[in-house]
Design a protein around this ligand. Structure first.
Ligand code: ACO
Length: 158
């Protein structure tokens, strides 16, 4: 049976469950960065039946803002709409929790992710120059480009 016919669900990680580090490290390759934001975050999972296929992390900021710190889909399940499903559900959770806006940051080299976030209604808000050079221990390359700057995108919530 193809994945399209199986049930995709979204739920919060339970307190007794271990965060899915293998997936989280796909989006954020430095464990020390994950350890910094995970304790204050809410972690949500996408499952197909009982199989974990994706994760998304919401981190509260000041002044009615919340941030998607991490979104990742298991490589064999990418390109099937699960990333969009996770982001749509995170927007719904943040709206329900009364946040006024949701932000998401990604590298200048993350071309596909920049497309996805803008397609979902996020608008470019600011650039943190040299963010990846200053905060990550190893150089990061993708799409033949070095990740240097953090592009911050924002969506207003109803
Ligand atoms: N390159 C090109 N296009 C992409 C990419 C990419 N890397 N990622 C998504 N897209 C496009 C798809 O083609 C699709 O376009 P379409 O609807 O016009 O066909 C659209 O974006 C939505 O794709 P989905 O299938 O919903 O995305 P997917 O399930 O693959 O999840 C995600 C996207 C989360 C980025 C996934 O590819 C992934 O886990 N990548 C590795 C980890 C990562 O980079 N995470 C984001 C880092 S930034 C952060 O976490 C805040």
């Amino acid at each position: 049976m193809s994945n399209q016919h199986k049930k995709l669900s979204f739920r919060a990680l339970q307190q007794q469950e271990e965060p899915p580090f293998e997936l989280l490290l796909l989006a954020d390759p430095a464990m020390e960065v994950l350890e910094f934001y995970l304790p204050q975050s809410s972690i949500f999972l996408a499952l197909i039946e009982d199989e974990l296929v994706g994760v998304i992390v919401l981190f509260p900021l000041a002044q009615g803002q919340c941030e998607i710190k991490n979104v990742a889909v298991s490589p064999t399940f990418q390109g099937q709409g699960i990333g969009q499903f996770l982001i749509k559900n995170a927007i719904a959770v943040a709206t329900q929790q009364g946040y006024q806006s949701l932000i998401i940051g990604t590298a200048n080299s993350s071309v596909g992710q920049l497309y996805l976030y803008q397609k979902m209604g996020f608008e470019l808000k600011s650039i943190k120059a040299n963010f990846f050079l200053e905060n990550y221990p190893e150089p990061i390359f993708e799409n033949g480009l070095q990740a240097k700057h953090l592009l911050v995108l924002e969506i207003g919530l109803p």
